[in-house]
Design a binder for this molecule. Structure first.
Ligand SMILES: NC(=O)NC1=NC(=O)NC1=O
Length: 243
């Protein structure tokens, strides 16, 4: 099977990191294609960033449809464009936040999330409730690092993330931790060893879920709000979407 990992930001280094994380867990015979939009925010740290990035995510879904894709992963912790992306394909589309929340809920009664900035922590709290997972999450914590620090100040970023994970482990009454950024895709094993409790990373979780859905022949439903968008004219730079 072929899975397209869509890094919603435009950091090629982060795309590569996510591709490696996906390959590390993918079954033999699963082809991983890691991509990012040509245009959009270098990192995603706000509602505005997510809104702009969602267009690029949908562009990558359209490219994946043309290339033949069995499942998609939206590798950004805000799951930007998730529902629009699901409208554009019959294939499963898995957001890394939704995937990580569900996986964590299967191995622990309660979990906490450790993400990058305080403002993205608020965004993650909204997602938890949107996905019906609010009751399972004790706390969404922020290491207070910009996403790019995961690339350019990796050692400092790791120490801050680890310290926040230790506080979550010792204070929140949890059984697992969810890493709240696709840019943390390479940190799960090291953190799990250091913390001694399960650390769920969204790219890996989403790949495993995507493979399961493909194996079960379960596709995105076209009954209701995930049916293809109604055909209509689009104007200006989006005229290419006219149908
Ligand atoms: N909460 C986050 O840091 N989300 C993210 N921003 C990015 O650029 N990628 C993410 O996963």
């Amino acid at each position: 099977m072929r899975i397209r990992i869509i890094n919603a930001n435009t950091s090629a280094a982060m795309t590569d990191k996510m591709g490696v994380a996906a390959l590390n867990v993918a079954r033999p015979g699963t082809e991983i294609i890691a991509v990012n939009p040509a245009s959009g925010p270098l990192t995603i740290e706000s509602h505005f960033d997510e809104t702009v990035a969602a267009v690029g995510v949908c562009e990558e879904i359209r490219a994946g449809e043309a290339a033949g894709t069995d499942a998609y992963v939206i590798a950004c912790f805000g799951d930007p464009g998730l529902y629009a992306a699901r409208e554009l394909t019959h294939a499963p589309v898995i957001g890394i936040a939704e995937a990580a929340f569900h996986m964590a809920s299967l191995i622990a009664t309660r979990f906490s999330v450790v993400t990058t900035l305080g403002r993205t922590a608020i965004m993650a709290e909204r997602l938890l409730h949107e996905y019906g997972m609010g009751i399972r999450c004790r706390k969404v914590r922020a290491a207070e690092i910009p996403v790019l620090a995961l690339e350019h100040e990796a050692d400092t970023a790791y120490r801050l993330i680890e310290a926040e994970c230790l506080r979550a482990r010792d204070e929140d009454g949890i059984g697992a931790i969810v890493l709240g950024c696709g840019g943390m895709a390479d940190l799960a094993a090291r953190l799990q060893y250091s913390l001694g409790l399960p650390v769920v990373e969204g790219v890996a979780a989403a790949v495993a879920l995507a493979e399961s859905l493909v194996t079960l022949k379960l596709q995105t439903s076209k009954f209701g709000d995930l049916a293809a968008p109604p055909a209509k004219p689009f104007t200006g730079e989006f005229a290419r979407y006219s149908r």
